[in-house]
Ligand binder design. Structure first.
Ligand SMILES: Cc1cc2nc3c(=O)[nH]c(=O)nc-3n(C[C@H](O)[C@H](O)[C@H](O)COP(=O)(O)O)c2cc1C
Length: 381
């Protein structure tokens, strides 16, 4: 008797089985660990410094911000002189993996902070007003939400921020990290102090027990299959999402044999490949965590501002970061891992919110730039 073929799992069920994860297919190099991206897709990393207008200079650096699934959910309104109004691009939300728009706002916070750092390079202080029309509801991110206004101060109002030089050098390294090399002893305190300036708490979990627990909890992973960009053309066109440039998936996709929406079935070879590919994601010296009291919209924005500074500080020291956000997601299937990851870090999930969790250490291979859309695509008429 031939065995019954396995039944494909509904997407959410797959997420729950893995503790919250999903789909990357066989032999899939990710942006940031695979070379050969089209020049135009990564041009933003080398061209930002050439902008002469201060607001364009700010935006050209801000768009290099880390952001969930590289959706780049930002639009900029320059209609008021000396001011940038950041608008959340309602076309670029992540309803599946980020149903309330929390991660999207963290990405917007990182954008704001890079804009502020870039302005300082031009000697301009920036006054940031979060949510000028009031904060959106905790569970929805309405289209066109005005996230912040950035009002430029006079010439000479700011000293250059030393982290500026790290902006084009910062990349999320999604490859294997050195398992032996510890972080500098004083780095956790530096990170904690930076987070505190934004009203948040940060720490590093590096002891074997918590490392093991966090690896167990985060062994589930989720990437939106529908955001896969397969081949240079799609990567160049979209300049967002998950870049897949390996020869095999491209060839299979070209002849219709590779379906980026396919959910691996338990016991299938794809399922095993998916789990094998997770192995490097458990390497490193520890996990950086960043938490707020409560979880209001302002804290989410501040978390992004703090996180990108922590990342720039790491970059300056040759240290890498790789967020692992699956256990932080709010949908009901993730309740167990969500509570567990908070408890492992000594946080009470009823009153404190883990905004970012990132493995950290020294990547064994240099990280590379991920795609970015051009500055023009951000500007509102
Ligand atoms: C809020 C937030 C959540 C993220 N979560 C993940 C994640 O779960 N897994 C992952 O591989 N990268 C994650 N990232 C990193 C993004 O994928 C990365 O920032 C984006 O692809 C752009 O690449 P870059 O940081 O190298 O510029 C996250 C980033 C942010 C800001």
């Amino acid at each position: 008797m031939s065995p019954t073929p396995p039944t494909p799992l509904p997407r959410r069920q797959f997420i729950r089985l893995l503790g919250g994860g999903a789909v990357l297919a066989a032999g899939v190099p990710l942006a940031g660990c695979a070379g050969g991206l089209p020049d135009a897709a990564v041009a933003a990393w080398s061209s930002a410094g050439a902008e002469t207008d201060t607001r364009r200079f700010m935006l050209a650096h801000a768009l290099l911000a880390p952001n969930p699934h590289n959706r780049q959910p930002w639009l900029a309104d320059l209609s008021v002189p000396e001011r940038i109004t950041l608008i959340c691009d309602g076309e670029r939300l992540l309803p599946e993996t980020d149903p309330f728009g929390r991660q999207i706002l963290v990405g917007c916070g990182a954008f704001v902070e890079l804009a502020v750092i870039a302005a300082s390079q031009r000697g301009r202080a920036v006054s940031v007003t979060a949510f000028p029309d009031g904060a959106p509801s905790p569970t929805a991110m309405p289209r066109g939400t005005r996230v912040a206004t950035l009002q430029l101060g006079p010439e000479g109002s700011a000293a250059a921020d030393p982290l500026f030089a790290q902006i084009p050098r910062r990349h999320t390294a999604k490859s294997a990290y050195d398992p032996q090399r510890p972080l500098p002893a004083d780095l956790p305190a530096t990170w904690a102090a930076t987070a505190a300036r934004h009203g948040l708490r940060a720490g590093v979990a590096a002891d074997p027990e918590r490392l093991a627990a966090l690896r167990r909890i985060t062994r589930a992973w989720l990437e939106s299959a529908r955001l896969m960009r397969i081949g240079p053309k799609a990567i160049e066109t979209h300049r967002d999402g998950i870049s897949i440039n390996g020869a095999m998936p491209r060839a299979l996709h070209a002849v219709g044999l590779f379906n980026p929406m396919e959910v691996p079935q338990r016991g299938s070879s794809l399922f095993k490949t998916v789990m094998d590919r997770w192995v490097p994601f458990e390497t490193g010296a520890g996990y950086l965590w960043l938490a707020s009291t409560g979880n209001d919209r302002r804290s989410q924005l501040d978390a992004g501002r703090a996180y990108v500074r922590l990342h720039l500080q790491a970059t300056a020291l040759g240290i890498d970061l790789h967020p692992v956000s699956q256990a932080l997601q709010e949908f009901p299937e993730m309740r167990g891992p969500y509570d567990a990851v908070h408890r492992t870090l000594g946080l009470d999930p009823a009153t404190q919110t883990l905004q970012m969790l990132a493995r950290t250490g020294y990547a064994l291979t240099p990280s590379k730039p991920s795609p970015r859309r051009g500055l023009g695509s951000l500007l509102q008429a």
